[in-house]
Each structure stands twice: as structure tokens, then as C-alpha cells.
Design a protein around this ligand. Sequence first.
Ligand code: MGD
Ligand code: MGD
Ligand code: SF4
Ligand code: MO
Length: 887
Amino acid sequence: MQDQIKTTCPYCGVGCGIIAAPQPDGSTSIKGDPEHPANFGALCSKGSALGETLDLEGRLLAPQINGVASDWDNALNVVADTFNKTIAEHGPDSVAFYVSGQILTEDYYVANKLMKGFIGSANIDTNSRLCMASSVAGHRRAFGSDTVPGIYEDLELADVLVLVGSNLAWCHPVLYQRIVAAKNKRPEMKIVLIDPRRTMTADIADLHLAIAPDADVELFNGLFSHLFQHGAIDHDYINNYTNDFTDALDSARELDSEAVAQRTGLSLSELDVFYSLWAGTEKVVTLFSQGVNQSHSGTDKVNAIINCHLATGRIGKPGAGPFSITGQPNAMGGREVGGLANMLAAHMELENPHHRDVVQRFWGSPKIANKPGLKAVDMFDAVADGRIKAIWIMATNPVATMPDASAVENALKACPFVVVSDIMSHTDTTRHADVKLPSLGWGEKDGTVTNSERRISRQRAFLPAASSAKADWWQMAEVAKRMGFSSGFNFANAAAVFREYAAQTAFENNGTRDLDIGAYANISDKEYSQLSAFQWPQAKGQITEKIDKRFFAEGGFYTSDGKANFVAIHAPKQVAKTAEYPFTLNTGRTRDQWHTMTRTAKSPRLSSHIGEPFVEINGADAAALNIQNADIVRVYNARGSIIVRGLITERVKAGQVFVPMHFTDQISANARVDQLVAPLTDPISGQPALKSSTVMVERFPARHFGFVVSAQKPNVADLPYWTVARAQDGWRTELSTDQRIDDIEDFATRLLGLPSGYPLLLFRDHHSGLIRAAAFDGEKLIGALFIGTEPVAVSRNWAAERLGDSFTDLASRWRIVAGHPSANMPDKGAIICACMNVGINEITDALRAGNHTVASIAKVTCAGTNCGSCKAEIKVIIDGHTIIAAE
Ligand SMILES: Nc1nc2c(c(=O)[nH]1)N[C@H]1C(S)=C(S)[C@@H](COP(=O)(O)OP(=O)(O)OC[C@H]3O[C@@H](n4cnc5c(=O)[nH]c(N)nc54)[C@H](O)[C@@H]3O)O[C@H]1N2
Ligand SMILES: Nc1nc2c(c(=O)[nH]1)N[C@H]1C(S)=C(S)[C@@H](COP(=O)(O)OP(=O)(O)OC[C@H]3O[C@@H](n4cnc5c(=O)[nH]c(N)nc54)[C@H](O)[C@@H]3O)O[C@H]1N2
Ligand code: SF4
Ligand SMILES: [Mo]
């Protein structure tokens, strides 16, 4: 292996370039690639911590059939035979693939080819249905193709940047930092955030509109109407390049401004400030993400936004356009190869007979799917009711991330044949697999991904395979061959798959389709291995280093007449709250975890930012429900119930709560929020409304609250609330129970997995209910419990860091039990900067020493000097202290 390998981050759709360098001690050093045009060397906390996620602990290392290890030959034969038998008995639509925006383009290409071209069904869908489907549908309605018109540079060039339903500071941190830098250079640049919650992204916003949930259609229809009323319309653009303007305008004008104010929960003056800013600025980018897509009116929200850009001709120009930012590293690649059940391949359409013919001839395939397959929610319904009898799930964890997650889990339990390809052995989904197939993980696999600005980058292998793990595309191709389709699946390597895919994008294209990378159809294996990042399109003979290609400034849409469609959008019917379930359940992400945490939870650094599941609830609601800060609470509705920590905050408005999507049964007792999410979908895109279910919240009748640090993973299974997280030298656990703990010795030794009677240092104050216990093995601390009748106030990071210390005298041991830091064991407090491991106490110390700016605090503590995603939080701490000082 070479010393330094250029590759691409496996997390978000920013698609940062990384330089990975395996070290002699087995670790891997990770840094940003200064030459990569997405990040120019920067990385966020998750990207920086990749080196901590590459160990083999928990990896699936060999195929398993019904829980028993098997060789590949056997496992692949079982999969191929069962799929063949099922198809023979029940037809091609009785089988399905559910794949992921986290597989590589090559994997996706082979999976799609097998299902749509050889099995002859379109029952392949992907977690992109939960993520990007409304953007895809909105693009296709307006542009005739799923085209993202702009590029990242537009976000820096814009004079007004509107972020709709996007927590960019936490979810696309490097792009966020690029915008922060652009705004620092041009302070006149204005940023508007449209989000019901006041997220950390609000830190950069000149204007935050805390819109009522799902009122985005009304907001942008109101904007369209304002643009017309104030003469901000580009009539030339509309006449030359678009259809149906009048219908769309009429529908936008259905609500007057009072009605828009009422529906959006915004004041007339807030609306006027936003509308005037938008109308009066040529260079406007409207960037949108899951607050838009994950809604029952997601596609309409997308088109309401695009209508405003078409009406002003602000599209495809430097610093102007609608911009759908993608979530996963290869959401775009999946859309390109046609990984969605209603798409074909290479941006060709399933419902178009000419396209079907083109694809079938290109593949030389025996049959071709001729009707759309089942979209994710419908697919799992079909699994539940027995229409689908065999499903192959690859690189996604639907038991944790699909709406109505318990129904999905029951469907898999009942399904006759479930195959799961994953890198990890134990996930909420693999527990229901009949066959588990071990996949190569990041650093082991080879292929390409496409980021949010259509830039294709290589992921390269720099580590050996984890035991017998194999590439996802290889697994699909081997099964295809064993199903009898050998001719189409004899790929020697990932490069061969890529060449075929590139050729398909060019096949009989002649400028009729946006996606064309024909220039790469004949690249050699060596050229593929050296491929540097490039943006599409790159038609045959046109390889250029920097193309900055934008679409549609001068029309050229991929509709039958080349014109864009305005779409008439009507205000949607809202999800009704009831007296029983009076809260809107908003869900989403935290800064340092990735989805179901199978990789990020391995990193102690990342686990120290937010280490447990929580519900954010407004102070007024909490008071009415008698919930104190840090109480354990139950969030529930008719579908189910979860138990999480309560966080009282003014960041969410009354009547709304927010729960992160990350916590699974592997990490926490009962915090899978998707159990509570209704399987309501957008009627056009089929994307689930993941941010607007209704729930009730109540205090959990906790008798004890506890925090535990331990060298071994603790035995917590029988407690109603627990969450485990990685610490540097062990584990940290939050727990709570509604049962009395009478025998603390027994409780502690069982929890720590120690033989009964193991000596403990013990303190119990019967009056206050405080219990403290510590166990040592020689000089090492192997476990400490801090338990109280109220949430315990011990510093988590201080306690966790003690696991590595040597305790030679009794006094230092008692200090652990007391939960008090001493001078030589300083307490950092909760970690704010995960990259540089800086805690809140260090930041407040720096503040007290007279450092009142983010920059000066960075200088003395190093906080915020790597990825910078914590700068917003540091600013909040500074502001908080300034306010306290002023009181
Ligand atoms: N740290 C981290 N980063 C990630 C990921 C991760 O797991 N962790 N995942 C990646 C993936 S796959 C994705 S898709 C992206 C998602 O990136 P984002 O879309 O930025 O993230 P979310 O937190 O899902 O949701 C964004 C915001 O939508 C708001 N919202 C909810 N309802 C509405 C509404 O009706 N209208 C509006 N305007 N806003 C609303 C929420 O309050 C939330 O703050 O992040 C990517 N990046
Ligand atoms: N309530 C709620 N639910 C949501 C969302 C939300 O905002 N709110 N967001 C939705 C969105 S936008 C998304 S994208 C989804 C994400 O949801 P998922 O895709 O279900 O979540 P991940 O944890 O990313 O799952 C990836 C799985 O693939 C495995 N894996 C990692 N690398 C590889 C590999 O190379 N090959 C294979 N075969 N496996 C691999 C991981 O171990 C993990 O089990 O969640 C959706 N669900
Ligand atoms: S912003 Fe962070 S998570 Fe996203 S690609 Fe870059 S380093 Fe990876
Ligand atoms: Mo996503």
C-alpha cells in the first residue's frame, strides 16, 4: 500500500476529499485534501474522526446463514437459489432490493441492472426515498430531469442565501464553513434561515424565520405573489423558456398576505423583510434540505421554491438558483444510475418506452421492467402482507430509520427470506436477516461517489479487507451469475463497472439527456485508479479540468419542448394535532453522529458531544407537564413509546418537540424515534413525512438517575432507560429506573459484570438518596457509579477520563466516589470541540480570563481551530455569559 491515499469522505453529501495514511501501528491518519474542490483541505468533526472508526470490533467478518458462519460460495448459492425459486413461483415482483445512498455508484449500477434489466422488476428502492425523493420529483416536474442546476461556488457568490429546512452548520459543516468564510469576506451578504427550530445554523443568519411546521408552500407561494406584485418578474425568461406561468401564479395568489402570515406563524413585517430582500436581490440562492423534502407536501415545497427562481430567471447563473443539498455521500450517484423504483438508468425514465428500449438494447438484457416498482414505504407494506417474499437490504438500517419502524420490523420478522449486506454484525436490521453478507467498509472498498454539486470523486482502498468481506457490487454480480445471468455481470473490477456505466450515460444520448460522462467510457484501469474529482456532464471527447457547468440560465430544459414547467401549487392540508397527541414531533440530526451510529459511535470524541437520546421541549410546555430539565421522559403516541432525556430549551417553540434520529436498540434501551413516526408519504414522491408526526410527552416516574463509567460494556439490559457511549478507555452509560435499588452491592456488581462480593468503595446517603460506588482492579478504575434520586450532576467527561488513570492511594480513590475533581484531575466539562477535545469549563475559564471572542478563545484553548463546526456553540456560550454578566 502507498503511504498516502486520496479518497472521499463516506459521510455527507458535501463529498470532501481526504488524504488517508495508514500508520505502522495499525492506525490511520486522516486529513483533508487541500486540492479537492469540495473542501480545499477542511474536514468536519466526523470526517476528522474517521481514523477512530476503522477497527474490526463489531464487524461482520464472514457470511452467515441463520446465524451460522458460512463460506461465500454457499451463502451466494442460497441467495441466488432462493431468489430464483421465489421468482419462479410468484413472479419477479415477489422479490425486492432495498439499497442505500451510501453504496458506491458501481454497487448501485450492478444492483439496478440486475433488478430492472434481468429479474425484470423495478422493485429496487433506496433510503434516498427517505431523503431526496421529493427533490428528484420536484426537479423532474419543473425541469424534465433530475438536475441540480448550480454548484457550491454559487453559495459563496450569492448576495442572499436562503436556507430552508437545513441545519447546515451540523449536517454539511464544511460547506457551512465555506459560507461563513464568504460572509466574513463580504459582510453585506445576507443569510436567511427558515426552520421551525432555532438551530446552530441560526448563528450565521441575519434573519431566522421560525416558520410553523410544513408551512413552506404558503411561504413561497406568498413570495411568488409578492414578486409579481412588485414587478420583480423576468418576463423575457418566462416567455422564452417556460410554460404555465399564469396557472402557477393564480394558485400562488389563492392566499392573501394575512392568510400567509396566519399559516406560517410569521408576522407581516417578518414576511415583508424576507420578501423584499429576495425580490430586490439578483443573486439569490435558495438551498433546501430535509425540512423541505421529508414532508407530505415535500414535492410541492420544492416546486414552490423553483417557481420563484423561474419567475425571476434566477437559475443556473453564478450566485443564483435553487439548490437541493444532498444528504448521503452518494445520494446523487444512486439517482444517476436509476436506483429509485420509479427511475430507469442514467437519468432515463421508466415510463418512457423509447428509454426502456435504449436501456434494454444497451444491456442486451432478456427483459426490462416496464412499470415503476414499489417505493420504500409501499415496499415494506408489501413485505408485511406477503406480496414480497424475498428482500435484499444493502447498506441501510430500515428497522431504525423507516417510519412506523415497528411495522417494518414485524414485516421483516414475517418475511420468508431476508438478506442483509452490512459491515456490522449487530444492527437493528441484521437481527432479522436469514443471510448476512459481510461488506467491505470505507477504506477497504473502491469506486466512485457523486456529491451535491455533481462532482464525481473516487473512494479508494487503503486497508486490507476485513477478513472475508467483499465489495457490494461483487456480491450482486455473483448472485446475478448464479441466477443464470452470467453475460451481463462478468465485471473484473470496479473500473469495469464504471466504464460500462459511463458508456451507458452516452449511449444514444446526443444531448437529449443532462447526464453524460461518455468521456470516461474507455478509461483504463490505471486511469480509473488515478481519476481526480470531476463534475458532470463530460460528454465524449470533452474532458476538461474545471468546467463549472451550471444548467438552465438560457433554458435548455429536458422536457419535450425544452421549456421548464411552472407548477401550480395549492396550500396543503396540515397534519391535525389532537388533544391526545398535541405535539408536533420534529426529528433530525446532531452534529457528531451519523444516522444509526454504527460507525460514529465507535469514536469517543464524537460520543462526547451529545451522548444520549433526548427530546427538546419548550419551557412553557415542560412546566405544564411538570417536567424538569434533565428529567427522563416518555414520548409516545398510538404507534409506540420511547424513553429519552428531556432538554428544556427555547430553541423549539411551544407545541413542538425535537428528537434525534440516531439512537437504536444497540445504543439505548428504547429510543428508536421512528417507532413513533407515521408512514404518511408525499403523494408524488412517496417520501415519508418524517418531521411532522404527533405525540404526547410525559415525565417518566424515575426513582433513580445514574451515570456509570466502566472498563467493560455494562450489563444494563433489564433497566427501562439506558444509553451506552464509548469513552477513551471504556464506556459511559446513562441510566434510570422506576424500581427501588435496595441492594446497591448487588446492583453495582451485576452492572459491572463483577463476581458477587467483589470489593467496592461505597458511599450511600440514605437521606438524599445519593449512591456512589467504585471498583478497582489493582491501580485501575474499572467502574464507577453515580446514582441519585435526581439527575446526577457529576461531570461526565471528567469521570470517563479517569478510566485511564492509576489510583495508588485511597484518597484519590475516594475522590472518584465523591465525584469531585482535584487539581491534578481537572474537569473539562461537556465537550464542545470534538476535534481538539475542549470542554465547556475550559471555554468558560478562557472567557473569565478576558477572552470575549470566538477567535481569542480559539487562541488560548484551540477550540474551533480544526473543523470549526463548534464555533456557533462557542458563540452561544459567550453570549450566555455576556447576558449573565449584564444582569
Ligand atoms: N451530523 C450529521 N450530518 C449529516 C447526517 C447525519 O446523520 N449526521 N446525515 C446526512 C443526511 S443523509 C442528510 S439527508 C442531511 C440532512 O441535513 P438537514 O436536512 O440539514 O438535517 P435535519 O436535521 O434532518 O433537518 C433539517 C431541519 O429541518 C427542520 N424542519 C423540520 N420541519 C420543517 C418544516 O416544516 N419546514 C422547514 N423549513 N424546516 C423544517 C428541522 O428543524 C431541522 O433543523 O444531513 C447529512 N449530514
Ligand atoms: N425520523 C427520521 N427518520 C429518518 C430521517 C430523519 O430525518 N428523521 N432521515 C432519513 C434519511 S434522510 C436517511 S438518508 C436515512 C438513513 O438511514 P440508514 O441508511 O438506515 O442509516 P445508516 O446508519 O446510515 O445505515 C447504513 C448501514 O449500512 C452499513 N454500512 C456502512 N458502510 C457500508 C458499506 O460499505 N456497505 C454495506 N453493505 N453496508 C455499509 C452501516 O453499518 C449501517 O448499518 O434515515 C432516514 N430516516
Ligand atoms: S462535511 Fe464532514 S461529513 Fe461531510 S463530507 Fe466533509 S468531512 Fe465528511
Ligand atoms: Mo439522508
